[in-house]
Ligand binder design. Sequence first.
Ligand code: DGJ
Length: 380
Amino acid sequence: MRHILLLLVCLLYAGLTPSVADNGPEPIRSGEIWPDNNGVHINAHGGGILYHKGRYYWYGENKCDTTSSAMVGIMCYSSDNLTDWKNEGVALPVTDDEGSDIVRGCVMERPKVIYNGRNRTFVMWFHLELKGKGYSAARAACAVSKSPTGPFRYVGSLRPNAGRLPFDMTDAQKAVLDTLRAENYAEWWTPQWYDAIEKGLFVKRDLPGGQMSRDMQLFVDDDGKAYHIYSSEDNLTLHIAELSDDYLSHTGRYVRLAPAGHNEAPAIFKKDGVYWLITSGCTGWAPNKARMFSAKSIWGPWTSHPSPCRGPKEEITFGGQGTYVLKIHGREDAFIFMADIWRPEKPSDARYIWLPIQFRDGVPFIEWMDSWTLDFFDRR
Ligand code: DGJ
C-alpha cells in the first residue's frame, strides 16, 4: 500500500512539474548562434522553407569558413516546431566532375524548393554561377527529388525566357526597343543609359540567350501556378516569370518589376489577395535598406512602399538581407520575415534574422525584437 501511495505521489508530482515542453515555445533570437540537433550552428544560408505533411524543411546554402563558393552543396534541415532543427544532410551535393555545372567551387545561392502535387516531385531552383567565372553566368538551375530531404537530382541550368519579350510590353514600347542600339550606350550609369535600361536595353541584349537570373525566389499561388522571381538585367531589374505546370521550365510569360531599380533578395507573400514583395538594394554582402512593393496581381502593376523595417538598424534591414517570407501552417496571417546577416570574412558564421510580420492598416511592418516566441501570433 505504501508503495502505491508513493507511486501516486510521484505521478502527481510529475504531472505538476512543468516539462521542457510545458515551458512554451523556444525563443527566436535573431543574430545569435542557432544550434541544430547536433549542437552545430545551422548552415542553410540564403534559404527558404517548405511545409510538407506536418514538417518544415529548411533548404539553404552550405557555407564554409573561407569562401562563399559552394564546397558542399545545398543543405536541408527539418523541424515540426520551427525552433528544433534536425540536420537532414546535403540535399544537393556539389560534384567533383569538372564538366558539371555544379562542380565544387561553383556558386550555388538562394535555393528554394516547392512541391508539385501533380507529379509528386520536390522541385528546387537556385542561382548558379559557373566555377571560375565570377558572377557572369547569372543562371537559374533546377534539381528534383521524390523526397523532401533529397538527394536531389541535378536537372540543368539556363537563362530564362530566351527569345521572349515581357508579355505586357505594348507595341509602342516594342517600337522604342527596336530603336535602341547598344553602341550608343557604351558608357554605363549616365541618365541616358538608365533611360535605355528602363526601356529594355538589356532585355534586348539578352534576348537570344535568355535573361540573366541571380538572386531569386519561388512562389506558388493559390491556384497551384508557380512563379520564379529573379534579379535580371545585371541586377538592375526584377523579372517575375511563370513556371510550367511541372515547375521544371519557364513558359515564356514574364513581366519586369521596377526597371533600373537595382533590387536583389526578393521575398514574397500574399495576404488578403495582395502580393507583398520585400527586396534589398544591391550592395554585395553589405546590408542596405529594404524595399517593399505590393500588387493585386502577380503581374502588377506594382506599387512601391517605404521599407517595412522598424527599430535599431532599420535603415540597413537590421544588418541583414531578406531571403524568404515563411507562412506558418495552420495559423491565419502568420508570416515570418527571414533574412541573412552575411559574414563574408567567415561565411559559415553568417547569422539569421527571423521576425514576425505585423500589419498596420493592412500594410506590413517588421519590428526588431531581441527575442520572441511563436506564440506572438496567438497574442495579436
Ligand atoms: C548579394 C546577394 O543577395 C547574395 O545572394 C550574393 O549574391 C552576394 N550579393 C554576392 O556579393
